[in-house]
Design a protein around this ligand. Sequence first.
Ligand code: NAD
Ligand code: WQD
Length: 334
Amino acid sequence: MKILVTGGAGYIGSHSCVELQNAGFDVVVYDNFSNSTFESLKRVMQITGKQLSFISGDVRDEVALEKALIGCDAVIHFAGLKAVGESVEKPLAYYDNNVHGTLCLLRVMQKLNIKKLVFSSSATVYGDPEFLPFTENHPLRTTNPYGQTKLVIEEILRDLFRSDPTWQIMILRYFNPVGAHESGLIGEDPQGIPNNLMPYIAQVAIGRRECVNVFGNDYPTRDGTGVRDYLHVVDLALGHVKALQALNKPQCTAINLGAGKGYSVLEVINAFSKVSGKEIPFEVMPRRAGDIAEFYSDPTLAQKLLGWEVEYDLDKICEDMWRFQIKNPKGYVL
Ligand code: NAD
Ligand code: WQD
């Protein structure tokens, strides 16, 4: 089976390419390299020992996309912009890249009669929890343009399925993907100052930044800091393989991919410090605007429909992230 992976050079995409190739899928990456480099794909090939086809292109370029899609059986759609803060400053760029980009993809898929799709959504579509853990039927609402693009795309997919129930669509709602491939060859390589907690901690541990800013210690959580459901990116990648394998009948199904368990900011700092053997200084700062105190997934549906659950724990996440950080102290820049 030949799979077009949009955004395949990115963080989650590159790990998914490894697991897709390992599972015997024929992979074609389609990426505009706006937030990635070709280096990640070279390393994917180094890990798997297999050739990877890749096309440099934008999902909004329907002509190039159509050429790339000919002969493919399914699409995994990772391509998009993902920084919450930036989306508040540049909402048009986010709607254009994410929503318009997905519309272009769906139009070309429809034209070529390719109707199997796995889409990267996010737990951000649940907004402030009415109850925890989040199940897939928790009400949906978002608080920022990035989240809004994910929710709008989800609704587009549900409308598309209503109009043509021969589509086979899985919407995967990721919780907090972290970690790196065990080889230390691929991992997260944020440009500039990391927005997210774990890459920030890793850069403090390696000495690139002085101390972790803990955004608030007065939340109603066990130690006052924010609690999230962190899952290993390789587990997440394996979830995509399972989703493709399970996608054998018409549907449009949303599924949580998470560990089902939350860790606080201080627990994550401690785990990383223990694994790396480095002291990780931190300073408590005011809360970050828009943050939620605590959320984590109910991953029961993924287990039931995909036979998927996480294998790796927080220590393994830290070990693999640390290995990537040591091997690539400045990211993919050689
Ligand atoms: P990433 O930025 O590392 O990867 C996205 C890739 O898409 C990059 O390689 C980028 O160059 C490419 N891209 C962006 N716009 C494109 C376009 N118009 N045409 C072609 N390629 C384009 O991000 P990631 O962390 O790997 O995230 C992958 C997907 O998962 C995104 O859709 C993101 O919103 C979603 N997601 C990520 C997280 C997370 O915490 N990382 C959580 C939930 C959902
Ligand atoms: C985790 C915890 C922070 C940084 C974001 C997006 C979400 C999804 C994943 C794509 C929180 C605290 C953070 C720091 C800190 N992406 N923190 N110091 O906010 O759960 O999710 O990424 O879909 O949509 O919103 O992840 O890693 O930024 O924060 O104290 O320097 O760490 O307050 O409690 P978040 P995060």
